[in-house]
Design a protein. Structure first.
Length: 462
């Protein structure tokens, strides 16, 4: 019995628990995304047991692998190896039902995105930039696909990181460290947080940073900005504006990733601290074990470590201190303050855990969004003025030379703009900077900037 694709998809979504379980299996196993047919039949059989006889017949026809293959929802069925592969768009669709199942972008995937934009920049540089040219139209359409793909992937990446961060942080906070098994679960959760932080969060921030210094090529947003500048100079301002809006949309994810980084940083430090503690305990135990084994000669005499053995030096820090003894004539209060303090801690910790478990929604008002938009526009203006600046042949003070240029080129110039200009200059100009180990001061509009003088030398100079 052949069932149409739309009805099959509707039934799959209605019984999405089956496919979410299959996606969990794929994530656990890794590899090419193959699913055992036996596991699929077990899940379908458990679902059919809860249905009526008529409904069982209909669903059995829908979830038959041959029907899924005809509907292009399954791309491969290998009955010799008893595995099948779901279509990629089906996996992505079910991942969107639960953001915790979305996949983060790895360093290799982010590097692939960066190379796509750099390749588009190189291709557009070589072709004629006017609408109607076949090569230009093809490259422009390919670039738009790259932009849309990157926007979707970064949105999924942020959602996945948020979901993983919430799930793992809740696990760490709720587990009782006094229980051995729960302590092990908390340690595994901290290890996962550390891996997410180092292999997904930090690379995402590097990808979204326009000033990131790379050995080969340039950041993706820098390539996109150069393409927009190229199209603007070619007399295509509407296309240039579209790319600038797209670049701002991608750049906007940096704020969300930075929030995730700050939320995970505490757990990363906690994991590093626990690792150091574990290493110290393991080293002390191994030293004690080695000392005990050195006494085992088979005679069963003098085979125990003495209390003053050097292996116990850590526990002998307070040795020699005299105990404080109180007179029996002193009259103590009848209340045990320690019990009061323990009760206070118990109540207060429960309150803090309840407060931390309640999700909070922070709404940004229009004024803050306008302020951020103005700040971004200001940074872009500074970057353009820096790109227009030609350094003198003999520049013994980078700050002063750039200060004189920005004062004339930028309206409402402030000394804080000079710091932003220095950053852009260091990231975009091909200069060699040499420290002179001297301090100077610049004054402008009642403000003073004290800085270390740096001389500037073109990179080609020897």
């Amino acid at each position: 019995m052949i069932v149409s694709t739309d009805k099959t998809l509707i039934a799959m979504i209605e019984h999405k628990a089956i496919f979410l379980a299959l996606i969990d299996h794929i994530d656990q196993q890794g590899g090419p995304g193959e699913v055992p047919i036996k596991l699929y039949h077990q899940l379908v059989r458990a679902m059919l047991e809860q249905q009526t006889v008529v409904e069982q017949k209909r669903l059995r026809a829908i979830f038959d692998l041959d029907n899924l293959r005809r509907a292009d929802l399954v791309i491969e069925v290998d009955r010799n190896r008893a595995v099948f592969v779901l279509a990629p768009f089906v996996v992505d669709m079910f991942r969107h039902f639960d953001r915790r199942r979305l996949r983060e972008l790895s360093s290799a995937q982010l590097e692939d995105l960066r190379r796509r934009f750099q390749g588009s920049l190189e291709a557009l540089t070589r072709c004629a930039l006017h609408e109607g040219d076949r090569q230009f139209d093809e490259q422009l359409e390919l670039l738009r696909e790259h932009v849309r793909y990157t926007q979707a992937k970064m949105r999924d990446n942020v959602s996945s990181l948020q979901g993983q961060a919430e799930r793992l942080s809740e696990m760490v906070e709720q587990l009782e460290l006094g229980d051995l098994e729960q302590s092990r679960q908390a340690s595994r959760a901290l290890e996962q947080i550390d891996q997410i932080y180092r292999h997904h969060v930090l690379p995402s921030l590097q990808f979204l940073n326009e000033r990131e210094s790379l050995k080969n090529g340039q950041p993706a947003l820098t390539s996109l900005r150069d393409i927009a500048t190229l199209l603007h100079k070619a007399g295509l301002p509407h296309l240039s504006q579209q790319l600038r809006y797209a670049s701002a949309s991608i750049r906007g994810h940096a704020k969300d990733v930075e929030k995730i980084r700050r939320s995970l940083e505490r757990y990363v430090r906690q994991n590093a601290r626990q690792r150091l503690q574990y290493n110290a305990i393991e080293a002390a135990f191994n030293e004690m074990l080695q000392a005990a084994r050195s006494l085992q000669d088979g005679s069963l005499r003098n085979n125990q470590l003495r209390a003053d053995d050097p292996v116990f030096r850590i526990g002998q820090i307070f040795s020699g201190m005299r105990a404080v003894r109180y007179s029996a004539r002193l009259e103590w209060h009848g209340h045990d303050q320690r019990l009061h303090f323990e009760e206070f801690l118990r109540v207060r910790v429960d309150q803090l855990r309840q407060q931390s478990s309640v999700p909070r929604v922070v709404e940004l008002d229009a004024e803050s969004e306008d302020f951020e938009r103005q700040q971004q526009y200001r940074k872009e203006m500074i970057r353009q003025r820096v790109s227009e600046w030609a350094s003198p042949d003999d520049c013994d003070d980078l700050h002063k030379a750039l200060h004189l240029h920005m004062r004339e080129a930028l309206t409402d110039y402030q000394l804080s703009d000079l710091l932003e200009a220095i950053k852009w200059c260091m990231s975009e100009k091909d200069f060699t900077v040499m420290p002179t180990f001297r301090q100077r001061a610049l004054q402008h509009n009642g403000f003073e900037l004290v800085y270390y003088v740096r001389a500037l030398e073109p990179a080609h100079a020897s």
